[in-house]
Design a protein around this ligand. Structure first.
Ligand SMILES: Cc1cc2nc3c(=O)[nH]c(=O)nc-3n(C[C@H](O)[C@H](O)[C@H](O)COP(=O)(O)OP(=O)(O)OC[C@H]3O[C@@H](n4cnc5c(N)ncnc54)[C@H](O)[C@@H]3O)c2cc1C
Length: 427
C-alpha cells in the first residue's frame, strides 16, 4: 500500500486538508492536474473581493497555531504591519490566491502537479488510482481517497451548442483582449461574477463596448446577507443540526438560504451604483447600459455575426428579445460526479436526484457489502451538509472531521466553540 490517503485536486479545500495532515503521521499524497496552484484566476479582477474574512483561512478556526494561517503568511512575507495598516479583514481574491500559493509551496513535497486522475479501481482493501501525466500513466495505491476536484462551469441548455469566442462561460480563456470593442455585449447572470464583469466592462476592460446589458432571473441585484444571525448558518453547530433533517427539508432550506451564500457583495453594489452615477450623470455617457432583472432566458439563436436572445420578463409577464454580438454566461457552477469515478459508481449510494449520499464525516455512503476504505468528498454535499459546504468558512473544521475519521479518534478538537446564540436544535 503506497498511501493512507490520496487526495485528488489541490483547490483551497484539499489544501486545507493537506495543511492539517502535516501534524499527523499519516502517509498521504495529492494529485493536481494543473501545472500550478491557481484559484479561479480567469475571473479574478483587480476589484474582486473575497466574500469571507481572511480569518477563514486554511486552518485557523481549528488550529490557529498551524504554520499555514493567513497571519503566518503575512508575517513570513514581511507584510504584517502594512497589511494591518490597510484596516481590512476582507482581502481581494488575488491576495487569497497568493496566500494559497505560499501554503502550497510549503506543502510541495506532497503535491504532484501536472497529474490528472483519470480512473480509479476498487480492490478489497485499497484503491488503485490511475494518473495521466507527461510521462504517461502512473498507478498508485491508497487505502482512502479525498476528492476535492471542485465544481464545474454551468452551461445552460440553451447555450450548450453555441460555445465559441463570442459566447462563452465567464470562467474561460475567451475573456481577454479587446473583445468588447464596439460590440453589443450581453451578460447573462446577476450573481457576483456577472456584476464583476459588468463593472469591469464599464471601466473599459476588454475595450470600449457599444452597449451592455445584464440579464438576471433574480428579482433585483440582491445583497449577500452577512448579518450576524444569518452567519450562524456557517458554524459547525448549525451544520450538525442541518445534517439531521430529512432530504426534502434540506432542499427547502438550501434554496431559502440562497442569499446567505450567493448574494452580491454589499460594498460592491455601492461601488457599482456610484460608477453608474458617475458615468451617466457626470460623464454623460450616452451608450446603452442596462441592468435587467427578472428576465429568464430560454433561447439563443445565432444569425451570421450576431445572436438573438429570447427571454421571459417575469415582472411584466411578457416575452422579450434583444440582439447581442458577445454573450458572457455568468451562470454559475455545478457539482457533478467526476468522470474518473465511473467504474466506482455501482459501489456508491445515490439519492433520487443522482446526488451522492454523504455521511456526516464527509465520506461517501457505499452500497452494502463493500469492504474498501473511505472516499471522502469536499464540496459535494451542499444538499447534505448545507450552504456552508461550498464556502471557505468551515474548511478547517471539515478537514479536521475527515482527519479524525481517518485516524479513528479525535486528533483535532471539533467542538470547542461555545453555544450559538440561535438555538436551532438543542433540547
Ligand atoms: C469566482 C469565485 C469566487 C469565490 N469566492 C469565494 C469567497 O470569497 N469566499 C468563499 O468562501 N468561497 C468563495 N467561492 C467558493 C469556493 O470557495 C471556491 O469555489 C473554491 O475554489 C472551492 O474549492 P475546491 O477546492 O472545492 O475546488 P477548486 O478550487 O475548483 O479546486 C479543484 C482543483 O482540483 C483540480 N482537479 C480537478 N479534476 C482533477 C483531476 N481529475 N485530477 C487532478 N486534479 C483535478 C483542479 O485543477 C483544481 O485545482 C468562490 C467561487 C468562485 C467560483
Amino acid at each position: 500500500m503506497n498511501y493512507d490517503l490520496l487526495g485528488i485536486g489541490t483547490g483551497p479545500f484539499n489544501l486545507s486538508l493537506l495543511a492539517m495532515l502535516k501534524k499527523t503521521s499519516l502517509r498521504y499524497h495529492f494529485k493536481e492536474m494543473k501545472n500550478n496552484i491557481s484559484w479561479h484566476s480567469e475571473i479574478v479582477f483587480s476589484d474582486s473581493l473575497m466574500q469571507t474574512s481572511c480569518f477563514k483561512d486554511l486552518t485557523t478556526s481549528i488550529d490557529p497555531t498551524s504554520e499555514f494561517t493567513f497571519f503566518n503568511y503575512l508575517v513570513s512575507e514581511g507584510l504584517f504591519y502594512t497589511f494591518m495598516n490597510t484596516g481590512r479583514t476582507v482581502v481581494n481574491r488575488r491576495e487569497y490566491e497568493l496566500y494559497l500559493q505560499w501554503a502550497a509551496n510549503k506543502l510541495s513535497e506532497n503535491i504532484e502537479l501536472n497529474s490528472e486522475v483519470v480512473s480509479i479501481k476498487a480492490h478489497d482493501q485499497y484503491f488503485e488510482i490511475y494518473t495521466q501525466s507527461a510521462d504517461g500513466i502512473k498507478i498508485d495505491q491508497a487505502k482512502n481517497l479525498c476528492i476535492g476536484t471542485g465544481p464545474i462551469s454551468r452551461i445552460p441548455n440553451f447555450a450548450k451548442n453555441l460555445i465559441s469566442p463570442t459566447l462563452f462561460h465567464a470562467k474561460s480563456n475567451y475573456l481577454k483582449g479587446n473583445i468588447f470593442e464596439n460590440k453589443n455585449v450581453v451578460i447573462i447572470g446577476g450573481g457576483q461574477t456577472g456584476l464583476e464583469i459588468f463593472r469591469n466592462a464599464l471601466h473599459g476592460n476588454w475595450g470600449r463596448f457599444q452597449s451592455i446589458k445584464l440579464l438576471s432571473s433574480r428579482p433585483n441585484l440582491q445583497p449577500l446577507d452577512e448579518s450576524p444571525f444569518t452567519n450562524e448558518y456557517f458554524t459547525p453547530q448549525y451544520v450538525n443540526c442541518f445534517y439531521k433533517l430529512d432530504q426534502l427539508e434540506k432542499d427547502h432550506y438550501t434554496s431559502a438560504q440562497k442569499l446567505a451564500s450567493d448574494g452580491n457583495t454589499p460594498k460592491y453594489l455601492e461601488f457599482l451604483y456610484n460608477d453608474l452615477y458617475q458615468l451617466k450623470h457626470i460623464s454623460n455617457d450616452e451608450r446603452i447600459i442596462e441592468i435587467m432583472p427578472n428576465r429568464k432566458v430560454y433561447r439563443i439563436e445565432k444569425e451570421s455575426t450576431h445572436y438573438t436572445v429570447q427571454y421571459f420578463n417575469q415582472f411584466t409577464k411578457k416575452e422579450e428579445k434583444l440582439n447581442a454580438d458577445i454573450i458572457v454566461l455568468c451562470t454559475g457552477f455545478e457539482t457533478k460526479a467526476p468522470e474518473f469515478l465511473k467504474e466506482l459508481l455501482p459501489h456508491l449510494a445515490l439519492d433520487d436526484q443522482e446526488r451522492f449520499i454523504v455521511n456526516q464525516d464527509f465520506s461517501l455512503k457505499l452500497n452494502q457489502g463493500n469492504q474498501q476504505g473511505k472516499i471522502f468528498v469536499q464540496n459535494f454535499s451542499r444538499h447534505g451538509h448545507g450552504i456552508s459546504e461550498p464556502q471557505t468558512s468551515l474548511m478547517p473544521w471539515r478537514s479536521a472531521t475527515i482527519i479524525n475519521s481517518l485516524l479513528g479518534h479525535e486528533f483535532y478538537k471539533t467542538n470547542l466553540e461555545k453555544s450559538n446564540f440561535i438555538n436551532f436544535c438543542r433540547d
